[in-house]
Design a protein around this ligand. Structure first.
Ligand code: NAD
Length: 244
């Protein structure tokens, strides 16, 4: 089909809630990661400069636990991969998650705005590369040979998310904005729905979440329930009859 005649794009924002039923904890729910660890001590730039070993040990440990758990995508990730395969227009997933479950389910256009698990970045030369090796304050950058400057390629609290230019372009050409399993408390992601409403006043916006979020009033439509139960039928519905 010629580009000019493609139907409007679909932008999907996902958060920790979509991976919850695959066995990965969310941040804020009861029992979630941040109710058990102090984020100030492990997931901020300050923490990195204060105690690199503590930060790196935390990520080494969580990465090993994650690999050992053999986590797999669930029906919600799979439904979004089907949406991308079967919808004639553009489908882009903008995820706050660092896990690879969208890609494992078969989604191809995925933007990881908070970085990716299994990648490392050098604070000095900015080189990024895939690695599952444990990091220590003695680790050496294979590119610039700096010592103790390698860190997980994950956006910490207080840092700017990545790929924002690309994300705003996607939002500014979408006709449907879907937010799934995200609390609406973390900016700038929480502001994406307002951005869509401002730049695409005719676009439809919908929230699919376990429960109403702080952003509820900003969406035209809401469906509440576990992602594995609500996302697949919603995808079937819009593939069959559109979103109006
Ligand atoms: P959050 O923890 O703040 O909120 C998760 C949301 O998901 C909540 O609104 C909750 O009601 C909802 N939810 C919980 N279980 C659900 C389910 N089964 N189905 C549908 N919704 C469900 O998550 P967030 O808004 O994504 O927080 C942002 C930060 O958390 C991001 O930086 C993200 O990177 C990070 N995070 C990522 C992972 C991961 O990579 N899987 C895990 C935990 C946290």
């Amino acid at each position: 089909m010629h580009q000019d005649f493609l139907p409007p794009g679909i932008a999907v924002l996902t958060g920790a809630g979509i991976s919850k039923e695959s066995g990965i904890d969310t941040f804020r729910d009861d029992g979630g990661l941040w109710t058990r660890v102090n984020l100030e001590e492990v997931a901020t730039v300050d923490a990195w400069f204060r105690d690199k070993k503590k930060v790196l040990d935390f990520y080494n440990e969580t990465r090993r636990a994650f690999r050992a758990a053999h986590i797999t995508p669930n029906e919600a990730h799979e439904a979004l991969a089907r949406l991308e395969r079967e919808y004639e227009g553009e489908v882009t997933i903008i995820t706050q998650n660092i896990d690879p479950l969208h890609e494992m389910a078969g989604s191809r256009k995925v933007i990881h705005m908070h970085g990716r698990d299994g990648e490392v970045r050098c604070m000095v030369c900015k080189t990024e590369f895939a690695s599952d090796a444990d990091l220590t304050p003695e680790s050496v950058c294979p590119n610039c040979r700096s010592i103790g400057e390698l860190r997980p390629n994950i956006v910490w609290f207080g840092e700017m998310p990545i790929h924002l230019d690309e994300i705003y372009e996607v939002l500014e050409r979408c006709g449907l904005f879907i937010a799934i399993g995200t609390s609406g408390e973390v900016y700038p992601a929480a502001g994406f729905v307002l951005h869509v409403r401002r730049y695409r006043p005719r676009a439809h916006t919908i929230e699919l979440n376990l429960e109403p979020t702080d952003n509820k009033a900003l969406f035209h439509e809401h469906i509440y329930g576990p992602a594995t139960k609500v996302v697949p039928p919603y995808v079937t519905r819009i593939l069959k009859q559109g979103w109006r």
